[in-house]
Design a protein. Sequence first.
Length: 470
Amino acid sequence: MHLHRLQLRKSPLSPLLVLAALAFLAPRTAHAEARLLVEADSGKVLEAENATIPWYPASVTKMMTAYVTLKAVKDGKITLDTLFTVSPVAASQSPSKMGFKPGTQVTVDNALKMMLVKSANDMAVVLAEGVGGSIDGFSAMMNQTAQKLGMTQTSYVNPNGLPADGQITSARDLAILARAIIHDLPEYEYFVHIPSIRYGRRVTQNFNKLIGRYPGADGFKTGFICASGYNLVASATRDGKRLIAVVLGASSGTMRAVRAAQLLDRGFSGNGLAWIKPSLGTVDQLVPVDASPPNLRDDMCSGKRHRPASDEDEDSVASNASSPSSNGGESSTPFSVAGLQAPLQKPSELLAGSPAPSEPIPVYTGPTRTGAALIAAVAADADEQARQAHHGKHAHGRKLAARDTAKDGAAAAKPAGNHASAKGDASPKSAAVGDTPAGRPAKPKAAAKTADKPASKPPKSSSGEGKPAG
């Protein structure tokens, strides 16, 4: 062993050999991830790790939903002003969603903005039903488009990426789709890098943490379900060079952004050791792997890490992910802005800050409006929000009052005078909410056959208990 070390020191290539050896021997994290970095114009692959392993896409599915919808706009089949109606199926989707009632109408333009910024699952279904007639019809259009683009590892069964066994893609295919959006739909590309939207009184920041924080960031989409981990397709442009980074299976919303920023930084800096790497060709030349997608549910959502199938990243998760103790081996490579380096600023430090100030894009229900009509529409949506919040608050108060009344009545129904012997007490337990099914008192203890009967039965639970407000 000492001889090998001596030989490495004497060799003129020893630094490179040591670097290669360390890279080979470095322990990989137990958490599965896929990463890919490509040039947007040429498709040249700059970095790839697990890039052709099948993966659950989660909400990055909405990139294809947007592509198919915007192709229909470009081909003249619909317009951005076309009105679509929220169906009961759309309204029933899991969060993240706008939460509009069935019958609400939204334009294609507003539905796209809500879907791509807030990752609204209900708006994805609205677009799917409006363009394809149904979820199944639109999914068929998505699959036909994927095959046409060369996304050979991709299949879709819904337009929003909610959990489904047949909803599969890969980092390779997502990079191909991102390039297609850039090249085929340049006039509509602004949809994928809107910093924030305002609906009524509510402002929603883009879940892609690179937007407004990473210099030159200009797309695309985030995604998360328990099985996939945190996914991100991101792009950035500097000095006329645009790169696309794909990160699948990161441990948090912040970490997926950190991983993407590291990839982009290395791509823009032009790694000095790039000449010793074998050429990886173009993204479409990457060889697919025939395997099942990894299921990260146990890592992502077991125990205290329970999360809904939503792309809304919790602040606590972001804070933990960006702390020095959990940066996942983050490189200390600083960001560069306009050719200048920001000393000692790691990606997590920059991404933990607030995004650059920007005016939220207003979104609203109903037909396209401008000027005073737009102001009135935004105000009407704000009033509707306030009304729903007021109604929900009162409904919650009524529910709590009904529960307390049931508890008080049950306590008053307990027979008096039996305090001497608990074992001999034959009175049924108070029918507190959640102890027994509504309206059915608890069974008396079998050992109390001779005990006095209670003077009155405990009241039944309120028939409205547990119903959702509204």
